[in-house]
Design a protein around this ligand. Structure first.
Ligand SMILES: NC(=O)c1ccc[n+]([C@@H]2O[C@H](COP(=O)([O-])OP(=O)(O)OC[C@H]3O[C@@H](n4cnc5c(N)ncnc54)[C@H](OP(=O)(O)O)[C@@H]3O)[C@@H](O)[C@H]2O)c1
Length: 265
C-alpha cells in the first residue's frame, strides 16, 4: 500500500494538499446539496422513488454502501505505515470514527425492521461518499494530523469528545426507538415516542450531527469540519422533511415537538 501511495503522490506535501482539496470540495458539494435539497428530498426510505433506479433491499444496501467507510480506513491503518497512529490524540480520534462505522456497517443494517428499499442511484452515491470520506478522514488522522502532546487534555478535545459520545448515544438510542415502532413484518409508520423524540422529530439526525460536530471540534481539521458540514446539510433537510411529513400524516402529532433542535427549530 505504501508503494501505491508513493506512486500516486510525488511527496507527502502533495497528498496533504490533495486531502485538503478533497475537504474543500466536500464543502462545495454540501453547498450544491443544500440547494438541491430545497427542491427534492434525498430519495430513500419514505421518499424512495423508482425514478432513481431499481430498488436495492434496505439491509443489503446499508451493509454494502457503508462497507467502504469501514474497510478503506482499516486498510489504511493496517496495510500502510501510518506515521501518526502511535500518538494518543490520533488513536482516540481514529477510535471514535471506527466506533461509529463498526456500528453503522456491521450492526445497524441487520437490526432494520421493514425498511424501504433504496433506489440504485442513492445506493451508489452513498457508496461513493463512504469511500471518499473514509479515505479522507482516516488517511489524514493516521498519517498527517499533528497534535501537541497535551491535546487530549485541552478544552477543545474534551468538549469535542463529550459531544461525540453524547451524539453517538442519542443516534443509536433514537434509531433503536424507530426500529421498535414496528412489529416484525410491519412496514407502516407510527409516531415515535421516548428519548429525544419527545423534543424533536429528527432525534436520530440530531444525534448524528452532534457526533460529527464533536469529532470536528476534537480534531480541528478541515477534513473533519467538511464532514460535519455535509452531515448537517443532509440531515437537517431530512429532519425538516420528516417533521412536515409527520404533521401531514398524523393529526395527533405532538404540537410542541420541533424538527431538529429542542424548543427552537
Ligand atoms: N452522516 C450522514 O450524512 C448520514 C446520512 C444519512 C443517514 N445517516 C444516518 O443513518 C441512520 C438512518 O438514516 P435514515 O435517513 O434512514 O433514517 P430514518 O428515515 O429515520 O429511517 C430509519 C429507519 O427507521 C424506520 N422508521 C423511520 N421513521 C419511522 C416511523 N415513524 N415508524 C416506523 N419506522 C420508522 C425507517 O423505515 P423506512 O425505511 O420504511 O422509512 C428506517 O428503517 C440515521 O442514524 C442517520 O443519522 C447519516
Amino acid at each position: 500500500m505504501d508503494a501505491l501511495f508513493s506512486r500516486l503522490f510525488a511527496s507527502e506535501e502533495q497528498e496533504l494538499f490533495f486531502l485538503d482539496c478533497m475537504a474543500y470540495f466536500m464543502v462545495f458539494m454540501a453547498g450544491g446539496t443544500l440547494v438541491a435539497l430545497l427542491f427534492e428530498n434525498v430519495p430513500y426510505g419514505r421518499y424512495a422513488s423508482s425514478r432513481y433506479g431499481f430498488p436495492v433491499n434496505a439491509k443489503l444496501a446499508w451493509f454494502i454502501q457503508e462497507m467502504p467507510a469501514l474497510f478503506v480506513p482499516l486498510f489504511l491503518v493496517v496495510g500502510t505505515s501510518p506515521a501518526k497512529t502511535s500518538k494518543l490524540p490520533n488513536q482516540l480520534l481514529i477510535g471514535m470514527y471506527f466506533c461509529h462505522y463498526v456500528h453503522r456497517s456491521l450492526i445497524y443494517p441487520f437490526l432494520l425492521r421493514g425498511g424501504k428499499s433504496t433506489p440504485f442511484a442513492s445506493f451508489i452515491l452513498a457508496c461513493v461518499f463512504c469511500l471518499y470520506n473514509g479515505y479522507m478522514q482516516i488517511r489524514y488522522s493516521s498519517h498527517y494530523a499533528e497534535y501537541p502532546a497535551d491535546w487530549v487534555t485541552s478544552p477543545c478535545f474534551i468538549a469535542g469528545s463529550v459531544l461525540w459520545l453524547v451524539g453517538f448515544l442519542v443516534n443509536v438510542h433514537s434509531d433503536h426507538i424507530l426500529r421498535n415502532l414496528r412489529k416484525p413484518g410491519e412496514t407502516d409508520y407510527k409516531i415515535p415516542i421516548g428519548g429525544m423524540f419527545e423534543y424533536v422529530s429528527g432525534a436520530n439526525f440530531l444525534g448524528e450531527i452532534t457526533e460529527w460536530a464533536g469529532f470536528a471540534l476534537a480534531s480541528q481539521s478541515v477534513q473533519s469540519s467538511a464532514f460535519a458540514i455535509f452531515t448537517t446539510v443532509v440531515l437537517t433537510s431530512r429532519a425538516v422533511a420528516h417533521h412536515k411529513w409527520y404533521h401531514a400524516k398524523f393529526e395527533d402529532y405532538p404540537k410542541s415537538r420541533r424538527a431538529l433542535i429542542p424548543f427552537l427549530f
